[in-house]
Design a protein. Structure first.
Length: 95
């Protein structure tokens, strides 16, 4: 039953988080970095990563597994390191 609850909460929060975080990430990037026009692909990647991190955390939180919640969220955030790496490699390819 824990896995059904986790899966439900994970996807529910992921979908809601992706919807709202996309707009928030774009707003804050463009507000605090005046000369940067947010790339829609990067926005989608960051929003998906943040939404997934939060949704995984909520999924484990509702099942009461705080150790898995913490470790999974840390792992999700570490995994987002690939976003700037991909952007840098993409810029090198276009030069």
């Amino acid at each position: 039953m824990d896995f059904i609850i986790f899966g439900f909460m994970d996807n529910l929060v992921l979908i809601i988080g992706m919807y709202y975080s996309y707009a928030s990430v774009e707003f804050y990037l463009e507000k605090y970095f005046e000369n940067i026009k947010a790339n829609p692909l990067i926005l989608a990647c960051v929003s998906a990563g943040l939404g997934n991190t939060f949704s995984d955390g909520v999924g484990f939180l509702v099942t009461g597994n705080f150790a898995y919640m913490s470790l999974t969220m840390i792992g999700c955030l570490i995994g987002m390191i690939i976003i700037p790496i991909m952007q840098i490699s993409r810029k090198k390819q276009t030069v």
